[in-house]
Each structure stands twice: as C-alpha cells, then as structure tokens.
Write a protein that binds this ligand. Structure first.
Ligand code: NAD
Length: 466
C-alpha cells in the first residue's frame, strides 16, 4: 500500500502539526518503502479531543449497532487480507505464508469475535436488589509494538470500540503502514468520525504524550517491560486505568512420559515462528536429564530447517539484530553450548537483518539467556532432575506470560500446569485460542486481552440499588 503523509483524526486524513517524519524500511533488503508523519504532542492533543467529542455518541450507540459497525470493519479487513499480508511482509519481513495465516488471518478473526461479543454481551446484570451497568471507560490511548502489528492493534482497538470507548492509536515506528491500512478500513466501514484516531510517531514523543494526556481514561500498552513500567507509573500518578502486555521467557516443559520428538519439534517451531519475535514464545525448553541429550540432538536438527529466508524472515531492524547477536555471544561467554546457529551472518543473507536459528544446550537457569527476553530465534535447553525441580525452574524468572506442558497423560500435564505462575499454558500442543484470555502474571503485565475478558478491560461498573 502507499503511505499516507497524514494522520487520521476526527474521520479525516490531515497533515501533522510538525514536519518530522519516519522512514519505513523493509528489513529483508534494507530499502526504504515509505515515509509517515512523526506526530507530536499537538497532534496527540487534537486526536484525543476528537475521541472525546465522539465518545458520548458512540457510548450511547446500542451495542447491536456497534456490533454491526464492527462486522463491517471485519468485512473490510477480510476484503483486504492480501494487502494486509503484503504490507506486513514488507515492513516486518514476515514470510508470506505466516503473513497471510497469522498477521492477516488473526486480526480478522479477532475483529469478527468482537462483532459477535458486542451483540451478545450482558452490559447490564441483576445482583439481588441491584442492577449493575457495565459502561465504557471513556477515551483509550493504545500504544502498540511491531511484532504482530495488526493483531496487537485489533486486540486493543476492537474490544475498546465494542465496549463503547473511543480510541487514539500510536503504533510502533517500524510498522506504521499496516496501522494506516487499518485506519482506511475503519473509514471504509463507515464508523463515526472520531471514534478511531491514528497518530503515527515516536514512542518517547507521541507515545509519551498519549500516556500523559489528561483526556485519556485508559492506557493500553504492549511492548517492552522498561517502557511498560514507565507507562504504569504515569497512569498510577494520574489514577487512570492501565493495561500492560509486556515481555516473556516462557517455559516449554517436557515431562518424561511425553512424546519427546513431537514436543521438541513443536517447541522449536514455536520459537522460530516470526523470527522469535513473539512475547509468548517458549524460549526455554525444560527436559528431564535422562532425555536431555536426545532432546538436544532433535532440537538442533529441527532448528536447522529454519535456516532459509522462506521459512524464517529477518528481524525487524538492525538494532534488534544486534541485540539478539549480543545475547548469542553472551550465551557462549556464559558457557552454554551452541548446537545450532550462532552470531555470524547467515550465508543466505545478502542484505537484510537475518539471524541464524540458534539453539543452546547446557543452559543453566541463572544464565542471562535463560532469564532475559531475547526477542529473536534463540532457544535455550535446560535440564531438570524431577518434577519439583522443573516447576522451580519454570517459575524462576520475573516473567509469566505463557508456557507449555507435554505429558503422556493429559491429567498429568494439567496437574503440572496448575503449578505454573503464568497466564497461558498449552497442553500437549493445544492450539492458540483467539477467545481465551491472554496476559501475564508477574512482570509480564497487568490485564487481559481477547474474548470476553478483553472486553471487560474497557468497562466500568455502576451499581443501581432498588
Ligand atoms: P518498546 O517498548 O520500545 O515499544 C513499544 C511501543 O511503545 C512502540 O509503539 C513505541 O513507539 C512505544 N514507546 C516507546 N517508548 C515510549 C515511551 N517513552 N512512552 C510511550 N510509548 C513509548 O519496544 P521496542 O523497542 O519496539 O522493542 C524492544 C523490546 O521490547 C524487544 O526486544 C522485546 O523484548 C520487547 N517487546 C515486547 C513485545 C511484546 O509483545 N510483549 C513487543 C515488542 C517488543
């Protein structure tokens, strides 16, 4: 798609207040593919005002009508699925199949789910002598990252709209084109002016202005724990609602009774998908000491299959590539054993920010590569002695976003999953459910996205007594 040299505010595309701009780069060949405005605090203020003006009307719109608008939005996105996939391939570097299935398919499914939920959700309930009203929180400031760029937009904007909130979105610098495409879809779906507003811009400028704006009632952020902590502090200071979806270091626990080959292969695929740029990726594989050597061999073999640009794209930018290479070097320094990949540039990468699919063995739980979010295609295999040891290692990081458990018997896996301090656990490869609540324990965040739990984030409750 062609980049707009404008922001989408109050239902129209308008020039930014300043003249700053952001270049969008294709990470597969390092070519500039577009330029978008770098909005500033003045633009954010204009967008928040537009959202405030639109709020009373949208909040008062019957849920069934809001649902119809969201169904129209889903149809617009579905009609442009190919263009969405191509845009995400161009600005994120995602291989076409992944772009179509996940980067385009998931946001369409999520938007459709909220078209249904808006129509059926009980916005009023009766408790004894009270009627409880579930009312929209107000104006939402959404700040999103680049790794699943449209999914993370729809996971915030669509439930907010379903709830009756209005929204100002500040998308990631690296992936603003798919955000502009989303704004075009909102416009084409005929949503009322000001209900959704888009300000592209830099995080510390436009993002911070949005988080700090007194006209924003709820800030929903997905990204790094460092920025999330800051946004949480700003929101706390202003006593406004906040939702944070931050990093992860999820454990994939393979119990001795599991199908080892399947668990390792699915586990490696989980880490390499999207070039390891997935907050919920199972980046630590925990294997019983008796099966450890076999698992290492299987993982190294499975990872090697991802060493082609068709299977695994580049990282999003040069900075992320250097960060990931730095972690690979650190793993070697810490004494972990490299069994696949490494920090050298892959031979197939002429230009582009490619990193080798990398597997470390002999990783111990206290190493940086076992504790910190790398956000790249790097898997750490850690051995455990018994079930209690596995639980202790799995829970032994500051994060708690996702995870997996594999066992011969489902009940055994579930019993283990109950002991994990984490927001999601996939049992024996259970597939992603776009209606299930998604979010973190501990420093992985506050709040939940998706499905009915994601809708509730955007609602206040008011009790009327009779
Ligand atoms: P980031 O946290 O810097 O950026 C996320 C969003 O926040 C972007 O829209 C950015 O513009 C905005 N932002 C940045 N500084 C801000 C500020 N001071 N105030 C308000 N908004 C601000 O993340 P990043 O630099 O793109 O990635 C760095 C690391 O973050 C990654 O390596 C990874 O560990 C983590 N990350 C996690 C997720 C996730 O889904 N949990 C997503 C992307 C990145």
């Amino acid at each position: 798609m062609k980049a707009h040299d404008a922001l989408f505010i109050g239902g129209t595309w308008r020039a930014a207040a300043g003249s700053g701009s952001i270049e969008v780069v294709n990470p597969a060949d390092e070519q500039v593919i577009g330029t978008v405005p770098a909005g500033d605090a003045q633009d954010v203020d204009a967008a928040v005002r537009a959202a405030r003006d639109a709020f009373p009307g949208w909040a008062a719109t019957p849920p069934a009508e809001r649902a119809a608008h969201l169904a129209a939005l889903r149809d617009q996105l579905a009609a442009r699925a190919d263009e969405i996939a191509e845009t995400v391939t161009a600005e994120l570097g995602a291989p076409p199949v992944l772009a179509q299935k996940v980067h385009a398919g998931l946001p369409i499914a999520v938007t459709g789910s909220y078209a249904e939920l808006a129509a059926t959700y009980a916005f009023e309930e009766r408790i004894g002598n009270s009627t409880v009203l579930h009312e929209p929180v107000g104006v939402v400031g959404a700040i999103t990252p680049w790794n699943y760029p449209l999914h993370q937009i729809t996971a915030k904007v669509v439930p907010a709209l379903a709830a009756g909130c209005t929204v100002v979105l500040k998308p990631a610098e690296d992936t603003p084109l798919v955000a502009q495409l989303f704004a075009e879809a909102v416009e084409a779906a005929g949503l009322p002016a000001g209900v959704f507003n888009l300000v592209t811009g830099l995080g510390p400028v436009a993002g911070q202005a949005l988080a700090e704006h007194p006209g924003v009632d709820l800030v929903s952020f997905t990204g790094s724990t460092a920025v999330g902590r800051r946004i949480g502090a700003i929101a706390g200071g202003a006593v406004k609602r906040v939702a944070l979806e931050l990093g992860g270091k999820s454990a994939n626990v393979i119990l001795p009774s599991a199908d080892l080959a399947k668990a390792v292969n699915v586990g490696v695929a989980n880490v390499m998908t999207n070039s390891g740029q997935t907050c919920s990726a199972w980046t630590r594989m925990l294997v019983h000491t008796d099966q450890y050597d076999e698992a290492v061999a299987l993982a190294a073999e499975a990872a090697a299959k991802y060493a082609t640009p068709e299977r695994m794209g580049p990282l999003v930018n040069g900075g992320q590539r250097e960060r990931v290479r730095g972690y690979i070097a650190r793993g070697v320094e810490e004494g972990a054993r490299l069994v696949a990949g490494g920090a050298q540039t892959p031979e197939y990468a002429g230009t582009g920010y490619y990193v080798r699919p990398t597997v470390f063995a002999d990783v111990t739980p206290e190493m940086a590569i076992a504790q910190e979010e790398i956000f790249g295609p790097v898997l750490s295999l850690i051995r455990y002695r018994d079930v209690d040891d596995a639980v202790r290692i799995a829970n032994g990081t500051v994060y708690g976003l996702a995870g997996a458990v594999w066992a011969g018997d489902e009940a055994e896996a579930v019993a283990f999953a109950r002991r994990l301090e984490t927001g999601q656990v996939d049992i024996n490869g259970g597939r992603f459910n776009p209606l299930a609540p998604f979010g973190g324990y501990k420093q992985s965040g506050i709040g939940r996205e998706l499905g009915v739990h994601g809708l509730a984030e955007y609602l206040h409750t008011k009790s009327l007594q009779f």
